[in-house]
Design a protein around this ligand. Structure first.
Ligand SMILES: [Zn+2]
Length: 490
């Protein structure tokens, strides 16, 4: 008797730090600059040509010619040059399908330095030590890298489990290699853990509807220390460096090149910021792993962070109010990087057979999660929620209140899109709501919704605190008036 076991292909990235000699770093930098220039030349060529003469084959010929005739473009391996073309064409495809803006030129200092190694067999990875592996980088040679994960190489590699390629990326710590790993794993059994609503907030980073809040107490921001993820000493150092950079920039004449001193200061600033980011990412990974083990269904808000961090500055004629306050709030919101938390959570949940759902955000922080009423003035402050409804008076943490509302919306069937498992399918920017509904966004139809409401109303006498509390219908979360005013923005 054979046991039924469903397999699925899993693709993920794994990042490792490379140990390069200064000479090798120079070679890598040259390659990255050549790749960037290749992109810029390609963009120039593509936008200049008439439409009917643009084709991938013509671009390929142009790239080959450029690599032959220009010495410093020749340092880029042929495969990496082809990868530039592939990435460039994908950028246009993303633009045509409405997912991104049109590709543009890459500036020397603003763009991330990277080189692609599109074929896994060129890498020739071996493990040489408990902590170290070796990899071949085209035109650079054998390089050691930090071995922190069991990669499918050597005897463990086969058609299903292998490394399909890599990308070399430089950040403030130096060059890293990001492997593209493909494995075949057994499908996870459905997670039987409880449901939970999560609200991302500023006072409580991740507030959970069951009160199991996730904090980063050690890295709390204060008035003197606005950057959450740095110690006070590092914060003072960062301020000092930023002032130094500003002063050096001030004394620079227009058109003058950035001095080596100023560039060093920029590097030091970037180093500190990268350290803060690494600490935050570590916290995010540890927290989301814990959540994914514990819960079977996770509900989050569909947030539009870019809209939330819009400046309050206003215009010259109509200057905004509390601009500095809003700026501080914006900084706190950006530092939390909620979008990344949700991204990480999505794949970790899918890996363990759990699901992630999104519900519409409007009103979750203003409504009382006990009586379901939105009474003006209930949100006492950023941290505290006290229900102003006579006869309720529930009080608690404002983020916790929102988390309970989020879970409630999910239980009422207001989930927008089942995000887990289809995270890779990005929806186009401009999709009409009618089309979006066909793609599979579950929103109750008016009749269905009305029936749902009525069913809950009759049951509310028996069941304590389900939806449609025995109160005015206008302010109930599932009244049709509120439900139909959602506008779905991807
Ligand atoms: Zn209340």
């Amino acid at each position: 008797m054979s046991t039924e076991c469903a397999w699925e292909k899993r693709q993920f990235g794994h990042r490792a730090r490379l140990a390069l000699t200064p000479a090798q770093v120079q070679l890598m930098d040259d390659q990255a600059h050549a790749a960037r220039t290749m992109w810029n030349c390609l963009h120039d060529w593509w936008t200049m040509l008439p439409k009917e003469r643009r084709s991938l084959a013509a671009a390929d010929v142009a790239i080959r010619q450029a690599r032959r005739e220009v010495d410093w473009l020749g340092v880029l391996p042929a495969q990496a040059a082809q990868a530039v073309l592939k990435t460039y064409f994908q950028a246009w495809r993303n633009c045509w399908e409405g997912r991104a803006d049109a590709p543009n030129f890459k500036a020397r200092f603003r763009s991330v330095m990277s080189v692609d190694v599109p074929q896994g067999r060129d890498l020739n990875i071996t493990r040489v030590h408990r902590r170290w592996g070796m990899v071949t980088i085209p035109k650079v040679g054998r390089v050691r890298f930090r071995w922190t994960k069991d990669l499918p190489v050597g005897k463990r590699a086969n058609a299903d489990n292998r490394i399909t390629g890599a990308r070399l990326v430089k950040d403030s710590l130096g060059w890293h290699i990001a492997f593209r790993v493909q494995t075949r794993e057994s499908k996870p059994v459905p997670h039987t853990g409880p449901e939970v609503g999560i609200d991302a907030g500023v006072t409580v980073p991740l507030a959970l509807s069951d009160g199991n809040h996730q904090m980063h107490e050690r890295w709390k921001s204060t008035k003197e220390k606005p950057n959450t993820w740095l110690t006070e000493k590092e914060q003072a150092k960062l301020l000092c460096l930023e002032q130094r950079a500003a002063q050096r920039k001030q004394h620079r004449k227009p058109g003058e090149r950035t001095s080596n001193r100023l560039r060093t200061t920029y590097d030091q600033i970037a180093g500190l910021r990268a350290r803060a980011k690494r600490r935050h990412l570590d916290w995010q990974h540890q927290t989301t792993t814990g959540l994914a083990w514990q819960y079977g269904t996770v509900v989050v808000e569909a947030l539009q962070v870019t809209n939330m961090v819009r400046s309050a500055r206003g215009t010259v004629d109509e200057p905004g109010k509390n601009v500095a306050q809003k700026r501080g709030l914006n900084r706190s919101i950006s530092q939390e990087a909620w979008g990344r938390t949700v991204d990480i959570l999505t794949y970790k949940l899918a890996q363990r057979g759990a699901t992630l759902h999104k519900v519409p955000a409007p009103g979750t922080s203003q409504r009382c999660s006990e009586c379901g009423l939105t009474t003006p003035g209930s949100r006492e402050s950023q941290a505290l929620f006290v229900c102003r409804n006579t006869g309720c008076g529930w009080s608690g943490n404002a983020d916790h209140n929102a988390a309970r509302n989020i879970l409630h919306l999910y239980r009422m069937g207001h989930a927008l899109i089942p995000a887990a498992g289809r995270a890779v399918v990005r929806r186009a920017k401009r999709v009409k709501p009618t089309a979006a509904r066909q793609v599979g966004i579950s929103r109750p139809q008016p009749e269905e919704h009305f029936n749902e409401v009525m069913r809950h109303r009759s049951a509310s006498a028996r069941r304590w605190r389900r939806c449609c509390w025995p109160t005015r219908r206008r302010s109930c979360c599932c009244s049709t008036s509120r439900a139909t005013t959602w506008t779905w923005r991807a």
